[in-house]
Design a protein. Structure first.
Ligand code: FMN
Length: 346
């Protein structure tokens, strides 16, 4: 699997998720089997580039190549400038966001709303490619199947992107109108794959190794992108990789191993966000990690009251030690339970 000059170790990608796929989480997922990670979106608005939020998003310290940065915006010239700005700060691949349904972006006609305006979408793609080409930086595109059920124009837009020089297209199998409701459909992704020569990545509702195999088979996609199912379960990438390679399930991680990974993630997380913000934003990662485990909901409620990083670390550590007295490996959660949890997150 290649994106431009970059050879990737496998075809399992962690999805860009604003407020989730920050540097520590990307590094954790890559360590646990993701072959590629795209950063949370960075706005094309220049006035926000020096904000704390954007500078944290543009922090790639210690991250392995290729560093991929997603940009979001509504204006072709601003998007071209945002691409150049991020390349100056270390981006080696630029991803254009035409997949995100967040209102904040869509009220300004960015993200997946761009799919409704093909001339504007085309102008943005062409401007970003022109800005990246002199640096040898590939441009990728992330989109949905279309704006609404009646307007599923993913194939048309993907063709436009390929002709404009885009190196890879990712398709989330829902329309903008659907948000995260209903089930992802894979026929449109299969149609995009059939229409293009560049790599196509399938995304949406991949929550288990078996589902991963099924989506690869139905779409013929070159790679898979996984978002919500990796929240609190970053080892899903190695589980899928193992299953695809051998046809056998990898046993769940040992409780003490999972504890170690989560504690290491927390340290990186506090390092990026600092004590105050770090403690508050770590709560969701801890909550995701324990929610489906026995007693996890009760622990989550107590843990949310803690105000200091050292207390969070101690509480998490004790809780996992107690779980380890009862179980050597993480108790398996059913696929249905995972799907319910994903629906809750959306
Ligand atoms: C909390 C959250 C934040 C997201 N932020 C972004 C984003 O910044 N850019 C983007 O292209 N997609 C974003 N997405 C969409 C995901 O990348 C992905 O397409 C979607 O969640 C479907 O995949 P999944 O079913 O594996 O979660 C976000 C999704 C979630 C749940």
């Amino acid at each position: 699997m290649r994106i431009g000059p970059f050879e990737l170790p496998n075809r399992l990608f962690v999805a860009p998720m604003a407020g989730v796929t920050d540097r520590p989480f990307r590094q954790l997922c890559r360590r646990l089997g993701a072959g590629y990670a795209v950063s949370e979106m960075v706005t094309s608005r220049k006035d926000l580039w020096h904000s704390l939020k954007t500078s944290r998003r543009a922090d790639h310290t210690g991250e392995a190549a290729p560093i991929a940065v997603q940009i979001a915006g509504t204006d072709a010239a601003m998007m071209a400038e945002a691409a150049a700005y991020n390349i100056d700060r270390g981006a080696q691949i630029i991803d254009i966001n035409m997949g995100c349904p967040a209102k904040k972006v869509c009220s300004k006609w960015a993200g997946s709303a761009l799919m409704q305006d093909e001339p504007l979408a085309t102008a943005i793609i062409e401007a970003v490619v022109a800005s990246c080409a002199p640096h040898g930086v590939p441009v990728t595109l992330k989109m949905r199947t279309g704006w609404c059920q009646a307007e599923r124009n993913a194939v048309r837009l993907a063709r436009i992107a390929e002709s404009a020089g885009v190196a890879m297209v990712t398709v989330h199998g829902r329309t903008r109108e659907q948000g995260y409701k209903g089930a992802a459909e894979y026929d449109t992704i299969a149609a995009v794959k059939a229409a293009l020569r560049i790599p196509v990545v399938a995304n949406g509702d991949i929550s288990s190794a078996r589902k991963a195999r099924e989506v690869l088979a139905t779409t013929g996609a070159d790679a898979l992108m996984i978002g919500r199912a990796a929240q609190g379960r970053p080892w899903i990438f190695r589980e899928i990789a193992h299953f695809l390679a051998t046809g056998e399930d990898l046993p769940p991680p040992e409780v003490l191993q999972a504890k170690q990974w989560l504690l290491e993630h927390l340290q990186e997380h506090y390092g990026l966000y600092g004590e105050f913000t770090g403690v508050r934003t770590a709560r969701k990662h801890i909550g995701w990690a324990v929610r489906a485990l026995p007693g996890g909901e009760a622990f989550r409620a107590q843990m949310n009251l803690l105000e200091r990083s050292e207390d969070q670390v101690l509480a998490l550590s004790d809780w996992f030690d107690r779980l380890a007295d009862l179980h050597q490996r993480l108790p398996a959660t059913s696929g249905a339970a995972n799907d319910d949890l994903m629906a809750l997150e959306a």
